[in-house]
Unconditional design. Structure first.
Length: 230
């Protein structure tokens, strides 16, 4: 019986040792808790000093420009990612999440991750006489203008040439696939005639009057000489 009692005693003692927590002095702190001296950290906080059997864990929030986006035992926060010039911020970096970016206008993403775009490239330009047929998540695709249409290469469709006559103007230079028609004011021949004819008549009258005056002046001396001889 004594032997059996000793076996029960040692067996029970061994079981207590297995069940007894190894982190007796490790208590939860404001930003999380401890498990076997390994701190479980909340979002946006880092471990300043790990807990021991006799002290609690010391926690500190991440500073501006750094973040922690998952619970862990990190002693340092991650720096916010710096993205290239072809991206714009969709959501800014906070202490609990990194910045999420998207391509700027005129750029497309060339390196996309599950959380957003990390690198972008500028769309190529179309030539004059072409229009942008596709520009979204991939590079620009260009197509040629047809018929009486034009594009300078920056528009998403070809535009019809201006009809000068329909706007009361006359065509100075016809349009092509890369430029619009050039229009200018009409030169009305009837208006020209109405201006030129009176000017011509006035000029004729002036010349006639001048000729008559000169003729009379030349004639007077002869008449005077004839009277004296008589």
């Amino acid at each position: 019986n004594t032997h059996n009692n000793l076996e029960y005693f040692f067996g029970f003692s061994f079981l207590l040792l297995l069940l007894y927590p190894h982190n007796v002095g490790c208590k939860a702190c404001d930003c999380g808790g401890c498990y076997l001296k390994s701190f479980i950290l909340e979002y946006g906080n880092r471990v300043n000093k790990h807990c021991t059997e006799y002290t609690t864990t010391s926690c500190e929030p991440c500073t501006d420009g750094t973040f922690l986006d998952q619970p862990n035992g990190q002693t340092e926060c991650f720096p916010c990612t710096k993205y290239d010039a072809g991206l714009k911020v969709k959501s800014p970096c906070t202490t609990t999440s990194d910045a999420v970016c998207e391509p700027r206008d005129g750029f497309f993403c060339v390196d996309r991750r599950w959380y957003g775009c990390v690198a972008a490239q500028k769309h190529r330009s179309c030539k004059p006489g072409q229009y942008i047929s596709q520009r979204a998540t991939t590079d620009t695709e260009c197509s040629d203008c047809t018929g009486e249409t034009y594009s300078n290469g920056t528009s998403t469709s070809c535009q019809p040439h201006t009809k000068c006559e329909s706007e009361g103007l006359q065509q100075i230079r016809p349009g092509n696939h890369s430029a619009d028609s050039e229009c200018g004011p009409k030169h009305d021949s009837s208006n020209k005639t109405a201006i030129i004819v009176p000017l011509v008549l006035v000029a004729v009258i002036i010349v006639a009057v001048a000729a008559a005056v000169m003729w009379r002046r030349k004639k007077r001396p002869k008449q005077s000489a004839g009277r004296i001889s008589i």
